[in-house]
Design a binder for this molecule. Structure first.
Ligand SMILES: [Zn+2]
Length: 55
């Protein structure tokens, strides 16, 4: 068994947007002004952490 880890950081594999989870605000906030493309359909790179088993 492995503990489920809540990600606190994520980045988009398409436009490079970089976000960090702000616990106080309860929202994702942009890191280092890397906002990426506002028209991008963001593909966050954290998906793998939620589904470690691929079949
Ligand atoms: Zn994006």
């Amino acid at each position: 068994m492995s503990a489920i880890r809540t990600p606190n950081e994520r980045s988009c594999t398409r436009c490079g947007r970089h976000e960090e989870w702000n616990e106080e605000e309860g929202t994702w906030t942009v890191v280092d002004e890397e906002v990426g493309d506002v028209y991008c359909i963001h593909a966050w790179d954290i998906t793998g952490q939620f589904t470690p088993v691929e079949q």
